[in-house]
Design a protein. Sequence first.
Lengths: 428, 152
Amino acid sequence: MAKKFVIIGNSAAAVGAVESLRAIDSDAESWEIVLISDEPHHTYGRPLISYLLFGKTDEERMKFRPDDFYSANKITTMLGCTVTKIDASAKTVSWSKDSYSGELKYDKLLAAIGSVPFIPPMDGIDTVPLKTPFMKLDDAKLLQERVDADTRVFIVGAGLIGLKCAEGISKLTKHITVCDLASRILPSILEAEPAEIMRNWIEGNGVRFMLGDTVSEFKGKTAVMKSGERVEFDVLVLAVGVRPNVALIKDAGGEVNRGIVTDQFCRTSLKDVYAAGDCSESYDITSGQTKILALLPNAYAQGYVVGRHVAGLEDKPYDSAIPLNAIGFWGKHILSAGSYVGEKYEVFGKDGSYRLICREDGLLKGFILIGGNDVHDHSAFDRAGIYTNLIKDRIPLDTLNFEEIKDRASLKGFTAEARKRKLGGVER
Amino acid sequence: MKRVYVNEEWCLGCHLCEYHCANANMGGVTPQDMVRNLRGRTIHPRIRVEDGADGGKINFAVQCRHCYDPMCVKSCIAGALTVEDGVVTHNPDKCVGCFTCVLTCPYGCIMPDGDGKVVQKCELCLRNKVGAPACAEHCPNRAIVYEERGVM
């Protein structure tokens, strides 16, 4: 009889686990899969919610996998069910949905439970009539319903989530104010000077910033700032940050730091329990630090490792994680990877583009590439994946002519032998 | 599965493959359609010739390798990239143009399309009217071939 693999979650890490397990156990002879998720929706691309507001996709097209994904992969779904408890010794999860509740036995369990919005204590927050985080499809749908051309939107947090929300919502209203305690935007992916380039660009697209300032108190639809300024708004978006969703694992006695602690096969300290995606920690090879890499490609990669491991394979550990971000605002794109350490090569282009290349110990460690102000000119970040690959595979830069490609990524900096290997067959 | 391979010792750097690629992906069927499709336009080929490697002597063409374990597919935030019978395939209707695939393709073979709103990539001409890679078909020196070499 098939054993039972229970997946909590329904996003990239969960899908990665399903696809790698079913690539091996395609007929479900060895493993039954039960997928349980508190969101009632078909799996969707989580980062697409801002594109939904912007009108670049819709609910149908933002499905992360086709309609027959669950049936084709022989998955029993329990959507709209919230897992309330993991009992790692009895190997059960408790769930509830409306007035129903139950228990589910598992042989292996994956917690792909993502992150939760971090909302610092703010005076008077309960007096705000309409507020939402910006994490889930339902958050975007709420904004779609409640924001029109006259709505004043106040976004707290100038990070990736807050600013993608600002871009998305700009299709609905022009009254957008973003504040952040930090004096610059996008601190998780940009250093100060490129952040300034992006701030100017985003301001040019109609967003008002209040940086280095934060809310001291909310009074209904008014925010009183630390600076003394007052912001009148109709809708408040809380995008201060996110935290790994660790509660279930922590309560079950699993080891947790900032995120859920896992090994190279994404196993938690609890027997037969894995964790993958934004809820867990990753080892960043470019900084040598364990950190939260809450990024969809990493979530999928971790899930993929879990599925293979459940199937009994230990050949491909999760061992080359790096920060990776591709994000655009009003047509100006930022592609970045790795850590900004070591020797820096920096170019401020006359066309508004920006390039930072970081090398240390003979390896490429990180880069930031920002496109120019002509949104149709992509030459600044063209073929960036060639750099990403140098970082991920830790390719010694003295084995290629990096000088030749540092201003524009290409394969011609590689040796003839390396090119033959890359282009003469299939490497990956 | 058959893939496109480049024999760089035979590449003349003529860039004809780029024109045939652009023509095929703009609805062209034969080279005679090139005038109609390409004249006076900036072309956006999915294959690219790199000139001047090894001190200027070498040219070679690069397009999607149709990886066995494709990073682009695994990284796509929209589910717009899939593997169909071994061919890494792009659905522009689902693509939101975030360029995560541009950031993760180790060969630099996915690029923004002409409008820059979505990406484009080589699909071996299997989904256009040509039906087999136009670049290989029309390479004057057999520097680009379409053949079975297996997975390395």
